[in-house]
Design a protein around this ligand. Structure first.
Ligand code: ATP
Ligand code: MG
Length: 339
């Protein structure tokens, strides 16, 4: 059984302008000790998917299933969810300043998290806070533990967030663009830190990012999301070497290291569909270089493709058309982009 199994998650928001169908059938799973990368363009529903299952989208209409150790998060009370957040599951967001309280010392905030959720004594929580700050690479932790968040740099604050996330030895860390605001060197250090912590604690990680390079470096599995749905799910090697979905191929094309001899970034032509209605065809159809009639009938469900177990794609193309098709589709995409 997976640590977390999400099935047919649908999340919508009622707004003054109408209903926003932000997530329209997301599914994925995460195993203990593994890293799942969720990638996709801005607005594809990466944050909403993970926030909704943790009870962090007030007012949203949510259906589907999200089984954590077999228990459905979507039917739990706010109280139950609150106790799961920060004990079994920790969340790290892009901007650590919004998650740290400006008026409390960093050490107290880490200790407080342990006191609220755990069963440790105060002195023990204090000592553990110092130990954790040291583990995440804060120099002179015994001294810095008394500092306030504004006395830390952005990279250090993100380390503090990771220390807080680790304080309770969660089974799962959800990291939503944890390094996007940081410079490349600090980004690499933070990702390395997450990986090391993961090895030491067997924590599962969901890493949300729009950086395919980061996913290639650190993820075991990847879900490529588009317009609120998974387009492709695969082990990281299959996703990069034998992509099936034309959208995945387009994404790989759009990053310089994969875009061939020119090294030029080729954006995918067109725009994602509006989320103000429920999409009743393949959401990528209008941008797909290989589109045909079947794509307009209904959104294709994920089906097994390629040669590697666990490789799924929501595309009607024959399931053995992986890898080599990439060249074919990308030529078509490049041609379309140039026209
Ligand atoms: N509270 C809300 N009310 C209405 N619409 C919302 C709300 N929260 C999110 N949305 C919409 O849901 C869609 C998905 O948003 P989400 O934040 O999950 O995207 P994302 O993939 O995380 O994008 P990014 O890469 O920019 O963070 C967007 O169209 C967004 O505008
Ligand atoms: Mg987001």
């Amino acid at each position: 059984m997976s640590l977390l199994e999400v099935r047919d998650l649908r999340v919508s928001f009622d707004t003054d302008d109408g209903t926003v169908y932000a997530v329209q059938g997301m599914s994925f799973s995460v195993e203990a000790g593994q890293t799942l990368g969720i990638v996709g363009e801005s607005g594809s529903g990466k944050s909403v998917s993970t926030q909704a299952i943790m009870g962090l989208t007030p007012g949203a209409t949510i259906t589907g299933e999200a089984l954590l150790d077999g228990a459905n998060l979507l039917t739990m009370s706010e109280g139950q969810l609150q106790s799961i957040r920060g004990s079994k599951v920790s969340l790290i967001f892009q901007d650590p300043l919004t998650s740290l309280h400006p008026l409390y010392r960093v050490g107290s905030q880490i200790a407080e998290a342990m006191l609220v959720h755990g069963h440790v004594a105060k002195a023990e929580a204090r000592a553990r806070a110092v130990e954790l700050l040291g583990q995440v690479g804060i120099p002179e932790p015994a001294k810095r533990v008394r500092d306030y968040p504004h006395q830390f740099s952005g990279g250090m604050r993100q380390r503090v967030m990771i220390a807080m996330a680790l304080a309770l030895e969660p089974k799962l860390i959800i990291a939503d663009e944890p390094t996007t605001a940081l410079d490349v060197t600090v980004q690499a250090q933070i990702l390395e830190l997450l990986a090391r912590m993961q090895r030491d604690y067997q924590t599962a990680v969901i890493l949300i990012t729009h950086d395919l390079g980061v996913v290639a470096d650190v993820a075991d599995e990847v879900v490529i999301m588009y317009a609120g749905r998974p387009m492709e799910r695969a082990g990281v090697e299959a996703a990069f070497v034998e992509p099936h979905h034309p959208y995945t191929q387009g994404l790989l094309q759009s990053i310089p290291s994969y875009s061939g001899r020119t090294g030029k970034l080729r954006p995918i032509r067109g725009y994602p569909p509006s989320l103000m209605h429920q999409i009743d065809e393949c959401p990528f159809a209008s941008r797909c270089p290989l589109v045909h009639d079947e794509c307009r009938v209904a959104p294709p469900p994920l089906k097994p493709v390629g040669t590697r177990p666990g490789h799924l794609s929501a595309c009607v193309l024959p399931s053995d058309r992986v890898g080599l098709v990439a060249a074919e589709a990308s030529q078509a995409a490049a041609g379309a982009a140039e026209r």
